[in-house]
Design a protein around this ligand. Structure first.
Ligand SMILES: [Zn+2]
Length: 468
């Protein structure tokens, strides 16, 4: 009965929920520019406090984290909801139809920087908890909230924060709502992400450009040095040739393999979104390559002269920027070590420089994790349609902190419309998707409580329970 009352409360408090979202979006919190972030954190913590959620602003060496909790039973099942209250810079301002921090409703959407990424989505959890507090005697599980203030700046302090507060943050599952639904509006579950390692390779020949006739055959050419090196790193099919590169790649399980075939795919339509006439592969191959396999990519290659006319030089220097997308259980540290070893063996003249910013580890929750089915059923109960289950997303996110630093598995359930335009001008959140999100969170709390009572959910590894 109480769950029905909670859903009714959410329906009856739509306009208030919208006012709360507008107020939050109106507060700039741009981590890249350190603009308004701490003020927004204080506002968010106060908001949680007003709803009866014990909350505080926890400082870190960079931007603060807003932490809140509702503990019903100290030994009971605990869900940690992660989100971020910081936003991307709004520039260029002239491309916004209405100012980014003056939230405006048009066509059933709230327009404003941070509406979808991620203020509306984190608020959905908070408002669901509030509905449980107001319409029932509190949520049926323990809830913890970690709202970060610098996700858009690479989450520099999140890992240390989680390690430092490990006991306090202890949770059985981490629930993350960020990003968009399927373009059709169908719900989605995302179980992980690829990692990323940024590298610059530098070859230095002479200390200056040299005449290619007078010195050709004598001065070393750094472009050719890098070209030969790259050819020893990747073969024409994209296979990485570095010794041991694939050693730790987590094998693709049968459930993951089966899921790949359930994902939406159209070679022509997907090709069109990339600027290609079609894609020469089937759906499972497409998704496997993006989600479950590593990829060695060259971002850019700079050297020599490419201006008008000709300049017959042997360039002094060549530089190649690389990003390597990794999958569980590869680590950036190990792959960097193996790459350095490879380069030192093949051509020790080449320098391997690490680009620290943006480095992230891969992380992946197994699709057979019992919580996946529980959450999927809860989503279906609210939305009337089963979610697509993505074994991982191709991009990189800081999710690894949850299994690595907290010992808890993570599950991603995006709430925003696919065309939320996050990071771009005219960011928006569909109001229906916002209200759906509140209902989904409320339903998920109950579904996890029921499944935990039935003993089918793993408890956190740190407490000695079975998990994976
Ligand atoms: Zn973002």
């Amino acid at each position: 009965m109480s769950l029905e009352g909670v859903h009714r409360y959410i329906d009856e408090h739509r306009s208030e929920a919208l006012d709360i979202l507008r107020d939050l979006v109106a507060r700039p919190s741009i981590s890249a520019q350190d603009k308004g972030v701490k003020e927004c954190a204080a506002h968010l913590a106060a908001l949680l406090g007003r709803f009866g959620i014990a909350a505080e602003v926890v400082p870190t060496p960079t931007q603060p984290i807003v932490y809140g909790e509702i503990i019903r039973d100290p030994g009971g099942y605990t869900l940690l909801c992660y989100g971020h209250y910081d936003v991307q810079p709004p520039e260029p301002l002239d491309l916004w139809q209405t100012p980014p921090f003056e939230p405006t409703i048009r066509d059933g959407r709230l327009f404003g920087r941070g509406a979808g990424d991620n203020k509306g989505q984190l608020l959905a959890h908070v408002l669901a908890a509030r509905a449980w507090l107001e319409a029932a005697d509190g949520p049926p599980i323990n809830l913890k909230f970690v709202f970060e203030g610098e996700e858009e700046s690479g989450s520099p302090s999140l890992g240390a924060f989680v390690r430092e507060h490990r006991a306090r943050l202890a949770a059985d599952l981490v629930y993350i709502s960020d990003g968009g639904l399927h373009p059709s509006g169908a719900p989605v579950i995302s179980l992980g992400n690829r990692g990323i390692l940024g590298i610059t390779l530098v070859a230095q020949g002479a200390d200056r450009d040299n005449h290619s006739g007078n010195k050709g055959g004598v001065a070393p050419n750094p472009v050719l040095i890098l070209a030969h090196l790259l050819a020893t790193i990747v073969d024409p099919s994209g296979r990485v040739l570095i010794d041991g590169f694939y050693d730790d790649v987590r094998p693709i399980g049968p459930t993951e393999q089966a899921l790949l075939a359930t994902l939406d795919y159209d070679p022509v339509a997907f090709g069109a979104t990339m600027g290609l006439p079609t894609l020469p592969m089937d759906g499972p191959t497409y998704w496997k390559r993006i989600m479950l396999e590593p990829y060695f990519n060259v971002n850019g290659f700079v050297s020599g002269y490419t201006g008008p006319g000709s300049k017959t030089i042997i360039p002094a220097r060549a530089e190649c920027r690389i990003d390597i997308r990794l999958v569980a259980d590869q680590t950036t540290r190990d792959i960097l070590h193996k790459l350095r070893r490879h380069v030192a063996t093949v051509d020790p003249r080449v320098q391997v420089l690490e680009r620290g910013f943006g480095t992230m580890e891969a992380s992946r929750t197994a699709p057979d994790h019992p919580a996946v089915r529980v959450v999927a059923q809860a989503i279906r109960a609210v939305r009337g349609t089963a979610p697509y289950i993505n074994p991982a997303s191709g991009g990189s996110l800081p999710n690894v902190v949850w299994p690595r630093d907290l010992g808890a598995d993570h599950i991603g359930v995006p709430y925003a419309n696919a065309d939320e335009n996050n990071h771009g001008p005219n960011e928006n959140l569909s109001l229906e998707r916002f209200y759906d999100g509140i209902h989904v969170s409320a339903q998920v709390f109950q579904a996890l409580a029921d499944a935990a009572a039935a003993g089918i959910l793993p408890r956190q590894r740190a407490r000695g329970g079975a998990s994976r």
